[in-house]
Every structure is written in C-alpha cells, then in structure tokens.
Design a protein around this ligand. Structure first.
Ligand code: GLU
Length: 523
C-alpha cells in the first residue's frame, strides 16, 4: 500500500530570519528527491510563532530558492489543491484538531502562569511538565470542570498540552539514521496550542499539515530528530498511523575547522557567506553577505551543497541539477556531519566558470567593464586605445576571457587578471622593473621593435614567437632577459598569460606603442 503512495515532500521553513545555507541544502534535497521520484514538492511557511516572525524573511526564502532553481509545485506564492500554505492562514483548521485531542482526553488544558512554572522549576530539580508532575499543576486534570470553564470565561490565558503516556517505546525508523528508539517517559507534555494568540505551536501545526497535505516523506535537518518521537505519538493520538510519513534527518553542516555546527560567526571569522543571498536585518540594518552577491554561480552553489551530506558512490564531482535529480537517493546521505569546506565551494565556482560558454561569460564581464568605464561597443576586433579608456569589441572581450578565465574563480576576479587588455600600463611594478629592466634592456627592446615592425601576421602567435626566438638565439641574447622585459612593457608587471597571446590580441600598433612607452619611461 505504502509503495503506491504518491511522493509528496515539503520544505517548511519558519520565517524567523534569512534562510541559512543548511536550510537551503534541506530544500535542495527535498527537491531532488521529489523530482527523482516523480513527486510533488511543496513550500509551506510555518509562521505560527508570532514572537519570532521577521518581516521580509518569507520573500527572502522564496527569492533565494528561485535564484538557485529549486522550484516548487505547490505552496505559498504558487497555490495548489491544499491551499492555503501559510500556517497563519490556517488558524481555523487547527482548532478542530486541538478539540479532537481534548475530547479524546489525549490533551488537556493548563493554566499555569510563567511565574508558577518558574516557582516549580526552583522547587524541583530538572523540572519537566510530564506524567510525574502534571498532577501537581493547575490544569484540567487537577481542576474541576466548573473551575476550568470559569477560568476560560474569565479570559484567563491557557495552553493545551499533549498528554504523553509514560513508559511507551517509540521507534523512529529513519531512512538515513536507521532505528532510533526512545522511551516516552523522557518526553514532556508539549504545548500544542496557546489561547493567547489562538494559534497552534509548531508541533501541532506541522503534524496536522503533513497529514492534510498528504506528505509522504519528511526530509529535514538533524536538529529536528529529537522532535520525531513526539510527532509519531501525535500521529498515533490522531489515529493517523497509516498515513504517517517516512522520516529522513539530514546530517549537520559542521564548521570548516574544528568541531560543532556551522554558524554565521564561522562565516564572518573565515570570510565566507552562510546565506544564499545578501540579507539586511530589518531591525539593525546590518548586512549579511550571500553567495549570490559574492559572485557565485547558482550551479556551483547547488553542486557544492548537494555533495555536503550526500555521496554519489562514484568519484564524479560535477553535477548539473539534472544529473543530481538522476543520481540522488536518500540511502546515499550520510549519518555523520559534513564539514563545510568553503574552499571547495570556490573550486566549484572555478569549475563552472570554465564550463560556461564564452558568450555567457562575456555578457557577465561586460557588466563589470562598463563599471570601469570601458566602452564595449567597438566595431573593430582590435582594441582602440586612442581615448582615455579603451574601446573594445565583444569578440575581443571574449578572446581575453578565454585567455584568463583559468586563473579566476569569480567573474569579479577577471578584471584584475586582464586590466592591461583594457588600459595601457601607466606605471610599472617596481619589483618587476628591478628584476627585469637592466642596463642594456632598452637597447634590447629597441631591437625588438625592429623585429616587431617587420612582422606582418599578428594573428599567428606561433609564427611570431618563432621569429622572435630565432632572433634571440642568433644574437645569443638571454631568452628571459628579452621576454620578461617585453612582458613588463605590455602588462606593467611580470604576470599574465602567454606573451604572444597578449601580442596577438593587442595587435601590432598597440604592442609597439607600449614597448616604446616603456623604453621612454624606464630608460
Ligand atoms: N518549521 C520548521 C523549521 O523551521 C520545520 C521543520 C520540519 O521540517 O518539520 O525548520
């Protein structure tokens, strides 16, 4: 029977702030599992805790997942057969289920004030509201029906608590962690409903909605594992055992260094984002940085996160979303925590940078170039350096990118690697000059200019190189003495791609101009 059940999974964040990168991974695994199983993926917003509600958080979650290509079939902002999907809009629905438990005497009403509870905590070590203490408290189990009714009509605040029978073995059969057994005696009588705001708590709303929305699998972070026995007992109390979803609790994301859970502070300390997108705290105005604004490609973030807690069983590392859907399985998720190796995240970005088409990279880089006031509308392939800033063509930019992309992890690192393709060196790096511009260098460079003047085919880097090397050999010059000084002339320092690749792109006129300029400046 359970085999035929349609796969329906949900991502159920509480809008209490920006979505942490661990939450993004939970959403991703739910999505991959749903797509793999031809099922439905639902976005449910769990906003019944009004004290912790943060404006903007819901929009942020939707925006971040949309950026990453984690798409929902149903939910907030999309709609669907089980709408509404925002729990604050489902108030009336929950009330009925609270009453059902009360009538069946599986829950009870309690009036204890925070002060009374504090008092008890002082009196009893490790106080827990459960079978051992509930009869000492002010609740519908100890008060008469009349007293209860009177308190309620007088407007006294109350909560509804789940009446957990002690001594019962609860078995969580987790798809990742295996069997986790717990005795109900260790659980407390959790609050399911608060009269003060007429809202259910997370536990009740979560179970009722999973049931009503026909959720088949609950895939969520490990921090929710301790709640699972309680959730199972709630399913039993409602008589919904047959439709109980399967559980899969994902391993924690751990600090890159040392032990413990990854936190925002680790990101600040080691300089990497722990959020998918930038987040501005609505109260403090503080900005927390996100992967999107830090220049990561969505594919890289998805790929990186997919492998933090799941293993394909092969040594393949690069996975498109489509590949991930094909390969994903909960069986291959690991029990133990996954170290958040952010250097690996950069590595993935580097890989995707190399995989991107030249035209896509060009479009992205043009954006940066415009900010540097480089004109990108040149009609000629050769760059025009006659103005203050170069004017270049799309084709030229694309060729520059193909020469340098191997050296960059991010689009915003391309400029540093390629500035000399867009601006003439105005100054020359002191160290490079000291090392490579000697007494006789200017003479060497003047001779080189003669060779360069004679060269005709500037499109053929290999031929040019042969000619120059031949001249150096015949003259018995040192290869390094010529080539390094040539490089300093063109680039301004001793870095950059293969020198004749640079020459090919700059063209005859600009190459010779720069060598002359260097001679003048460095003589
Ligand atoms: N609202 C819970 C959260 O914020 C959902 C936990 C679950 O998936 O059951 O993570």
């Amino acid at each position: 029977m359970s085999q035929q059940k349609r796969v329906r999974v949900r991502f159920a964040p509480s809008p209490t702030g920006p979505l942490h990168i661990g939450g993004v991974r939970t959403a991703l695994y739910n999505y991959l599992f749903a797509k793999k199983m031809d099922g439905d993926f639902i976005l449910r917003i769990e906003d019944t805790d009004s004290n912790r509600f943060v404006p903007g958080a819901e929009d942020y979650i939707i925006d971040a997942l949309d950026w990453l290509g984690i798409k929902f079939d149903e939910g907030v902002g999309i709609g669907g057969d089980f709408a509404p999907y925002r729990q604050s809009e489902r108030k009336e629905i929950y009330k009925k289920y609270v009453d059902q438990l009360l009538t069946a005497e599986k829950a009870y009403i309690s009036f204890d004030t925070p002060e009374e509870l504090d008092e008890k905590r002082k009196e009893i070590n490790n106080f827990q509201y459960d079978a051992s203490t509930r009869l000492q408290m002010r609740n519908s189990l100890t008060l008469s029906q009349d007293e209860v009714t009177k308190s309620i009509t007088n407007g006294e605040n109350y909560v509804v608590r789940f009446k957990i029978e002690p001594g019962e073995d609860v078995l969580v059969n987790d798809m990742i962690r295996g069997e986790v057994r717990i005795n109900s005696s260790v659980l407390d009588d959790k609050v399911l409903y608060k009269s003060a705001d007429q809202l259910p708590t997370y536990h009740l709303a979560n179970i009722v909605d999973d049931h009503l929305m026909e959720i088949s699998h609950v895939i969520r972070g490990e921090e929710w594992l301790p709640s699972a026995p309680l959730h199972i007992l709630l399913y039993r109390a409602f008589g919904w055992e047959d439709s109980m979803p399967a559980f899969a609790h994902l391993p924690l994301l751990l600090k890159p260094d040392g032990k413990g859970k990854l936190s925002k502070r680790d990101g600040d300390r080691l300089g990497f984002p722990v959020f998918p997108c930038d987040w501005i705290d609505p109260n403090s105005g503080d900005r927390s940085s996100g992967y999107r604004e830090a220049g990561y490609f969505r594919e890289a973030v998805v790929n990186f996160l997919a492998l933090l807690g799941w293993h394909p069983g092969t040594d393949q590392e690069i996975f498109s979303m489509k590949d991930l859907v094909e390969s994903f399985s909960l069986e291959r998720c690991s029990k133990s925590g996954a170290k958040f190796d952010f250097e690996k995240g950069k590595w993935f970005n580097h890989q995707y940078m190399q995989l991107k088409s030249e035209s896509e990279l060009t479009d992205l880089f043009i954006h940066e170039l415009k900010e540097k006031h480089i004109c990108t509308e040149n009609k000629m392939i050769l760059p025009d350096f006659s103005g203050k800033k170069a004017c270049v063509s799309k084709e030229y930019i694309s060729k520059v990118i193909s020469l340098i992309k191997e050296r960059a992890n991010f689009i915003n690192e391309l400029w540093d690697q390629s500035i000399f393709f867009f601006e003439r060196p105005e100054t020359y790096n002191e160290k490079s000059v000291q090392k490579y511009w000697k007494e006789n260098t200017s003479i060497l460079m003047s001779e080189l200019i003669d060779i360069l003047e004679d060269l005709s085919n500037y499109n053929d880097g290999v031929r040019m190189e042969e000619t120059v090397v031949k001249w150096i050999t015949e003259k018995e010059y040192k290869m390094g003495a010529v080539m390094n000084a040539f490089r300093v002339s063109l680039v301004g320092e001793a870095k950059g791609p293969h020198i004749f690749d640079i020459v090919t792109l700059l063209g005859k006129e600009e190459t010779i101009f720069r060598v002359k300029k260097a001679i003048k400046a460095l003589k």
